[in-house]
Write a protein that binds this ligand. Structure first.
Ligand code: NAP
Length: 255
């Protein structure tokens, strides 16, 4: 069977990105792993090479740093080493409300959740369109459907961008799927210093299930992937509720 090509995954050192790396390796993709922690990436790469017959490159980069982001853009655009699939996954959230956060931390979150997704997508889509095939999975959040602070606002950009790009690049043979996870067991909340009690048990998803569902939706060419029955019910509800009503709950969220 021919190789499905190389996939580049950002935030591949833990959580959802690590699970994407594992499942894509299981499908036979060679991989380029991006995150800041070189040691963790090196260990992940060794594990994946041991478990699957795939080539794995490690590309450590802080995607908030424009120079390091540029290195990843160059890798995506390299005509001699084509990347068939890009998973824009790296991200973090902020515990405090807008005015309680240092503005530089807010800027870093926007740079990672929006600017990195914009620039890496641009770098990847050009060569994919020329070749007439390729795929993007952008990891957003169900938070994108709610007006709850700057994290939600950034993820709403990812949804809007992905919905447009899916239609724009489908004729070029490119699938763009936007994954909207609900609460998922990863390092996301502990890094934010928020406990698992921040949401009831029934809302928590496993990264394994989340990614398996996302890849199945990607295979079907779906524009959005919203894994989990609970979120399949809640997400359209959030979209249907008038924004005037949603805004009444804003005081419970981040500002
Ligand atoms: P996670 O376990 O904390 O993983 C985050 C990944 O992003 C890590 O690999 C981290 O690696 C990388 N990263 C963070 N800052 C980076 C930077 N400046 N440059 C490069 N890489 C960076 O969290 P996760 O839950 O898997 O999050 C993945 C995505 O899912 C994020 O976009 C998040 O917004 C989204 N999401 C998560 C949930 C959830 O409940 N978990 C829900 C909805 C959406 P290094 O520290 O090594 O850089």
């Amino acid at each position: 069977m021919s190789s499905p090509g190389t996939a580049l995954v950002t935030g591949a050192s833990s959580g959802i990105g690590l699970e994407f790396a594992r499942q894509l390796a299981g499908r036979g993709h060679d991989l380029v792993l991006v995150a800041r922690d070189r040691d963790r990436l090196t260990q992940v790469a060794a594990d994946l090479r041991g478990d699957h017959d795939v080539a794995v490159e490690v590309l450590p980069a802080d995607l908030v740093d424009r120079g390091q982001l540029g290195t990843v853009e160059q890798r995506l655009a390299d005509p001699d080493r084509p990347v068939e699939m890009l998973v824009n996954n790296a991200g973090f959230g902020l515990k405090h409300r807008f005015l309680d956060n240092d503005i530089e931390v807010e800027q870093a979150m926007l740079d990672l959740l929006v600017t990195a997704v914009l620039r890496l997508s641009h770098a990847a889509l050009g060569p994919m369109a020329e070749r007439g095939h390729g795929g993007l999975i952008n990891v957003s959040s169900v938070a994108a459907f709610l007006p709850r602070g700057t994290y939600s606002a950034a993820k709403a950009w990812v949804n809007s961008f992905g919905e447009w790009a899916a239609t724009e690049y489908r004729p070029s043979g490119i699938t763009v799927t936007t994954l909207c996870p609900g609460f998922t067991r990863t390092e996301f909340h502990s890094r934010m210093q928020v406990g698992r009690d921040s949401a009831p048990d029934f809302l928590w998803l496993d990264a394994d299930f989340l990614v398996r569902t996302a890849l199945a939706d990607f295979d079907k060419g779906r524009t959005f992937s919203i894994p989990g029955t609970q979120y399949k019910v809640l997400a359209p509800l959030a979209r249907a509720v008038p924004s005037s009503l949603l805004q009444r709950f804003q005081s419970m969220g981040r500002r």
